[in-house]
Every structure is written in structure tokens, then in C-alpha cells.
Write a protein that binds this ligand. Sequence first.
Ligand SMILES: [Zn+2]
Ligand SMILES: [Zn+2]
Length: 435
Amino acid sequence: MKLKSCFAVLLLSTTVLPTAPVIANDIAPSARVSSAVLVREGPSTNTAIIARLRPGETATLVDQISGWYIIQLADGTRGYVSKAWTIIKVDAGDEPLIAGSHKIHVIDVGTGLAVFVEGPEFALLYDAGSQDDLHGGEENRVVSYIRAVRPDLSRIDHLILSHPHKDHLQLMPAVFDTYQVRNIWESGRVNKTDGYCHFLKAAMTEQGARYHDAIASNATRSVTFTGSGCNGTVNVRQADMMSTVPVELGVTAKMQFLYRDAHPYADPNGNSVVVRLDLGGKRILLAGDAEGGERELPSTSPSPRSIEAKLLDCCASELKADVLVVGHHGSLTSSRAEFLDAVNASIYAISSGTYAYRKVRLPDAEIVAELESRGQVLRTDRGDAFRIADESRACEMRERKIGPDADETPGGCDNIVITIEENSPITAKYSGLVD
Ligand SMILES: [Zn+2]
Ligand SMILES: [Zn+2]
């Protein structure tokens, strides 16, 4: 198998020259380490223990080989630690956020979407799904990333599900397991899949959480699932329903649901919750899988029943934003020029990977070109494409996935971080692991 030979080359080169510094990142014990990670003389559990790396401590990453990081401790000692017990710390979130500062992380979940937003007073997660990296627990892509950038975090104040598709919700259960979730927001559109069943059950059993949908306030409804992997009746207890009244997030932060609709459209993309975050005077528009119609060029007008058309009708002036997290993974079904004109963003973030939606791998080149004519475009599928196009590069990229999960699924190499600071221009870059 080609991947094995790829590993072998990497192993050989790093064994011959183990001291070449290739990545400027720190290594830290993962969250499941209770006492210490053993630092060994060689890349094997049969070699001598020469030091211990305790929770809260970090070491400099010098190099890596299959299964092991080569690290340097503060006293200059070099040794090997197992990838299974350590994480690469990302340099994107180490410094505490000061008043008025916010960060938006478009996490590279492979083919899917997960946007983590942090301010001095709150943490928010919009979607947590993937088509191709579905690990739970310690290897969950979303939890691994948030832990890497915010090891102190214990609470997600707002968890928003854009719509009940696997690539937006499948990684949610580990989020509920790891964090205290305060508010859950979704349209309420039911999708009778095991993934949505697990999400709804987790939402209803989360202690102290308030659940909001676009159906009713302070009422109950029940949903019965009959799937093979998740079934039974879930009694949904609704707090105050989603409205267009802005929700306060902090002193200089609020969110506003511009589109919310629980009608059972044949395609749940038609239920995508579109939310605008106003953070420190800047606006971020999160579009989920909101569409403008069938697959057409951006110059086509949005079809009248599409979310893009409805938003242009109801509230075009509310769409203006500095950043657009692009609808439907950069598909030709979304991002019509009329819609993009109203948003008029300067930064565009696209989350996608190698999975093909109806035989089409997203983003579509025409959409990328359209967005590039309007501003800065960042996309999470770059490292994933390398996986396909260039296997020697693929090895390198896969080994740099954040978290303990160094498997063969796409994602994790090119997370996007957008930073908002008072009196400074908004900035967007790839965090840490891709040059
Ligand atoms: Zn999607
Ligand atoms: Zn979808």
C-alpha cells in the first residue's frame, strides 16, 4: 500500500536526521492525561523513560515520525512522546482575549462545517459535523481543536445547529460530553437519522441547557425515532423560541437569526439557520447550507423560494457583513451574485473536503473565482486536496492533523482563524499547521 511506503520514507528521513526543526509548535499532554506523559529515549515503549510531561506543561515540537513526536523540554532534553497521549498546541488562541476582541475559528473537519467563536465573555459553536472524520471521544475533531486553542474552556454558551445534516451535526455528541452547553439553537426541522436522534437526545439530557427552536416558546413536542442506531421517543422541551430579536453575547457582541424556518422542506438545506454575529463592530454572516437554487453560475438570480432570495426580500440591508462563512461548502447551489452584493464581505471562508456531494466535490471552481474577485478567500480543503494529488505531501499533511487522531481521513490541516481587535483591521489566516 502506498501509504505505508510513504510512512517508511518519513520514518527513514527523521531517523537519520532527528534534530531538524520542521514545525514551530508546542506539544502538550492531551486532556485524558491525569498524571504525566512519559518522555522516552526512543520511539518505542521498550526504551528508557528520561522525563515526564505533566498537564499544564508544554515542550517544543522538534520533529515527528509515525506514532511519536520528538520534543525538546525546557532544559534542552530531547525525547519521544506518544501521539496517542499528546496534542499539538495551536498558536492561534494562546493569548487571552481582551475586551472588544473576538476570534472566529472555521475548524477543518474535513467535508463538513464547524465554526467556533470566542469572545471575552462567551464561547459559541455553529455546527459540528463531517462526512469523513466521525471520531468521537478524545479523537473528535471539533473537541480536539477547541481544546488545543482553549484548554481552559469548560462551557459553550451557545450551540447552534444550522440544519439536521450529518456534515453539520455528526460530531455534536462529544461536544455535549465535553462541555457544559448553556443554550441550543436549531430550526426544529426533524430529520429521522441516527445522527440527528443522537443530537436531540444529547440536547434534551444536557443539564441546565435551554433549547430554542423556530416552532414554539415554552412548550413541548415529541419526536419518535425508529433508526437501528438510535431510536425511541424524545420529549423536546422548548424555551423561548428563535426570533429576529438580537441575543446579547457580551458587551460588544450580539447575534441575530436572520433566517429560521422549521417547515419540513424536502431538502433540509432549506432549513439552514442563517445567523449574523456582530462582534466588536464587525459583522460575521454564517450561512450553513443556505442555497440560491439549483446548480447555476453566480450571475443567475436566486430562485424565488430559496433562502438567498427570501433574505434579499426580507432584509437585504441586514446581510451586510465583513466576513461570510460561505453557504453550502462553496457549491454552485449558493452564493448568487445578488446575494454576495448584499453581503459585500471582504473575507470569505469555505469549509469543505474530499467527500463528493452528488458526485461533485466542493467548492466549485466558479464560486471560488467569484469570491476571489470580491475579497480574500480561505478554504479548509487545501490539505485534503494534497492528500489526493500528492501522496508524499499527503503524509506530511495528515501527520499534522490537530489532536491525537492521525488517521487517514481528511481535515485538520488548514483551520481558518479570523481575528477582530478594537481599532485594527480584521485579519484572517490559516492557523499554525500549514505554511
Ligand atoms: Zn453541508
Ligand atoms: Zn446540508
